[in-house]
Design a protein around this ligand. Structure first.
Ligand SMILES: [Zn+2]
Length: 133
């Protein structure tokens, strides 16, 4: 463990971008199994490139450059990440709450399940909606 720690000292290590590139590499490898010939070879080569990129970034000693790349990546994928977090929250609360969009402004509203007919006032536009839960 200590040897591994000293090996990673002064190196970038794993970050969101390198994790994503290695996940993409795995997906490409899995995908390549469903094809034959040239397509399979191209997918395999792409997977190898993504994996090489991931390892290059993890072992890189140019930490500032790698950090900058990671920040750019995070900034670009922020809307997707936000959507994903929202979806996970909704999934966790699916037994307790019903989710629906305000017909007037599109804001997502949450009402407790199993309460019969409820009247909901939209927080953003003040629209009153009646829903049975
Ligand atoms: Zn609304």
């Amino acid at each position: 463990m200590h040897r591994l720690q000293s090996f990673f000292a002064g190196r970038n290590g794993s970050d969101a971008l390198s994790k994503t590139t290695s996940i993409v590499a795995c997906l490409l490898l899995i995908l390549s199994m469903f094809f034959r010939g040239v397509v399979s070879s191209i997918l395999w080569a792409l997977a190898f490139l993504f994996l090489a990129l991931s390892y290059f970034r993890m072992f890189s000693r140019n930490i500032w450059k790698r950090r900058e790349e990671n920040q750019k990546f995070l900034a670009r994928t922020a809307p997707i990440a936000r959507k994903w977090r929202q979806w996970k929250l909704r999934w966790r609360q699916r037994n307790l709450y019903a989710f629906f969009k305000c017909p007037q402004c599109g804001t997502v509203l949450r009402v407790p399940k199993g309460k019969g007919k409820v009247r909901v006032t939209c927080k953003s536009c003040g629209n009153v909606i009646e829903r049975s839960t």
